[in-house]
Design a protein around this ligand. Sequence first.
Ligand SMILES: CC(C)(COP(=O)(O)OP(=O)(O)OC[C@H]1O[C@@H](n2cnc3c(N)ncnc32)[C@H](O)[C@@H]1OP(=O)(O)O)[C@@H](O)C(=O)NCCC(=O)NCCS
Length: 175
Amino acid sequence: MHTIPDPILRSSRLKLRRLCPLDYAPLYALANDTAVTQYLHEGAPPSLDDVQGRVARAAAQWEHRGYGMMAVEDDSGFVGRMGIFHPAGTPEPLLVYALCQSAWGKGYATEALPLILEWMHAAHGIEQLSGHIDPRNTASARIALKLGATRQGTVERAGAMLDLWLFRPTVQPFL
Ligand SMILES: CC(C)(COP(=O)(O)OP(=O)(O)OC[C@H]1O[C@@H](n2cnc3c(N)ncnc32)[C@H](O)[C@@H]1OP(=O)(O)O)[C@@H](O)C(=O)NCCC(=O)NCCS
């Protein structure tokens, strides 16, 4: 168990906070948008019950680890989820992110992900986070490059070969 308080992370346009039951409906919509999920390898589209189960498991991870999945909000409210996937029994924390289509192309991912990397370093001493990116996902690979992440090979996930990227908080972004 940890003693670190839940963070609220802010940039000029965005706020990141721990996922909560208020997020069920937008998370359900996000997880059922095939344009969003096409490279995520998360299995069949979830039901609302499935989404509630995911949020409950994310809450359990927060209690266990002191970090986890966050909602991303702009002036209009929920625009996506980002954070750390690291359930009990799994070997390493993974950086994961997905935004609603309406929020794509505004630089939000590039703006928000460093907040998580910096907070994980400052609060938890974690200097490096892995990300698994489908090689067809040019948007995600571009973000990784812009944040100074490095590609370190491949990993198998749900029957797909994904690129393994390492993200660090201290590397100067490549713009
Ligand atoms: C990947 C994702 C998070 C990108 O978010 P975003 O906020 O739109 O990204 P940004 O606006 O910060 O853009 C970052 C860079 O990627 C580029 N980019 C964005 N979408 C792109 C696309 N479809 N194809 C190619 N490049 C793209 C941007 O042009 C920008 O690069 P630039 O500054 O050199 O122009 C968003 O598209 C998404 O949620 N996709 C679905 C879920 C997903 O694939 N998550 C990642 C799993 S590994």
